[in-house]
Structures are given as C-alpha cells and as structure tokens.
Design a binder for this molecule. Structure first.
Ligand SMILES: [Mg+2]
Length: 259
C-alpha cells in the first residue's frame, strides 16, 4: 500500500544522484517503491541536474539498473543547456563536460568549438584542468558562461566526486564573472519542465536529496516535495530554509512511501 499522504498524487518525479542511485547502484528500497508506483498506475518521471549523458543515456542507464523506463520520462540538465542555447540563438560553444553531453548538443545542431559564443560548464567524471584553463581564458575575454548546477559533490559508487558547482566557483573566482545556472531550481528549468510535461501541479510530487536544487525547484513549480536523506544534505539544514522553501515530507529512504 502507498502511505496515505502519497495517494493523492498522479505524477511521481525523482531526482537521480543520491535519490535513485549512487551512479552504479540503486539505493536500497528504490526498486520496490518505483515498481509499486508503476503497478498501481502512477506516472514515474526522472529529473536530474546531471549532464554526463543526454536524456536517452540516462534512460538506458536506468533500464540497465533494473528500472524500466524510456527517454520520454527522463529530463536532465543537458536539455536545460540546449534549451538555453536555442532560446538565445547560440550555435557555437566550448564545453567543459563529458562526451555524452557534447554528443547530445551536436546531435541537436550545436557546434562544439574552440571559437565559441558561449562557454558551457557541466559535470565531469574527472576534472579536465586544461579545459578549465581554456574556459577561464575565454570567459576573461568576455565570452558569457552558463553552468548546469551548483552541486558540490556526488556519489559515484562508493567514491565521493567533486560536483560541477566546485568547478563553477573556481572559474567565477578566477575570472570575477558570474556563471548563469540553468539547472534546477533556475526559472529556465522550471519553465522547460512545465512546458514539456504540462503536469497538474497539485497532482505532482518531487523526491530529491538536495534542498536548494530539488526541493526549491518543486516548491517554485507549485508541486509538493519530499526530501530524502539518502544523499548529501542533512535534516538539520531544513531548519535554516525559508518557510516557503521547506519540503512537505522528509523521508529516511524512498521505501517509506510504502506501508
Ligand atoms: Mg541528487
């Protein structure tokens, strides 16, 4: 059975890192919860600030870990980046990020080049010092920069990796320029998801492990929100948040939605 408080929702939206998986393995209890939601006819979606792949790559990875889904159910920050570039008629970009993002952008008409109109700073598995130096030089010259997220750390299996937020902070420090963030909880990400899915906000809930990205995104979208304690943020941090940014639910783990 679904715990009573969760029965009213139709759309269950899940962050990935620290909520669904530690990259290579599912978090205990996740599979049972997701399978049950699908069995009773709820809609399950995934929404991540990760950019290691495009949405198709994340869908494939979810399937390979035993969560059957398809690309239409997955939204990632690679899409927010593409949306920003298209909205602003930017075709040529320099990218700090993984090949999965570069391929996704190229496949959608963007040119990845050393002579860009915009610098894109996204998640890397290993920091590329040379790309960072190049980006600093470009941004110092006045080329604008966008970034995927301010996340400071993420789990890859048992290893804790530096998040893209750390790279962005270093670049801002070095150049004295501000990087525009397009991932959750930016207004751009809210607008993108709203037009992509047209959810009824009152029937939608997001589960996430990061208060300032996931939970704030949900609240500003008019959705309900559940903070899961399987990731980086700690329960004490909730007290420091503004009242309107606080989560509606706090869960030790996702399987607490079942009884
Ligand atoms: Mg997360």
């Amino acid at each position: 059975m679904l715990v009573r408080g969760f029965q009213k929702y139709d759309n269950f939206v899940f962050d990935l890192d620290g909520t669904i998986w530690y990259w290579d393995k599912l978090i205990p209890g996740v599979k049972e919860a997701i399978e049950y939601l699908k069995k009773i006819g709820k809609n399950v979606f995934y929404l991540t600030n990760n950019t290691v792949f495009g949405p198709g790559g994340f869908a494939k990875k979810l399937c390979s870990l035993g969560l059957d889904t398809d690309v239409s159910k997955v939204t990632c920050a690679s899409e927010f980046i593409l949306f920003y570039l298209k909205e602003n008629n930017i075709k040529n970009v320099f990218v700090i990020g993984e090949n999965g993002l570069k391929d996704f952008l190229k496949g959608n008409g963007i040119v990845v080049t050393e002579n860009p109109d915009c610098v894109v700073i996204a998640q890397e598995v290993e920091p590329d010092e040379e790309a960072m130096r190049t980006a600093i030089e470009m941004i110092s010259r006045g080329i604008p920069a966008i970034g995927s997220a301010r996340g400071r750390a993420w789990h890859m299996g048992d290893i804790f990796k530096t998040g893209v937020g750390v790279t962005i902070e270093k670049i801002e420090e070095a150049t004295g320029k501000k990087v525009k963030i397009v991932g959750k909880p930016s207004q751009l990400s809210i607008d993108y998801v709203r037009s992509k899915y047209k959810f009824n906000p009152e029937k939608t809930i997001l589960f996430g492990d990061e208060l300032t990205s996931d939970i704030v995104f949900a609240n500003r979208s008019g959705w309900d929100s559940a903070f899961v304690l399987t990731g980086r943020d700690k329960i004490e941090q909730v007290e420091e948040m503004k009242e309107e940014d606080k989560p509606d639910f706090i869960l030790e783990s996702l399987n607490e939605i079942l009884e």
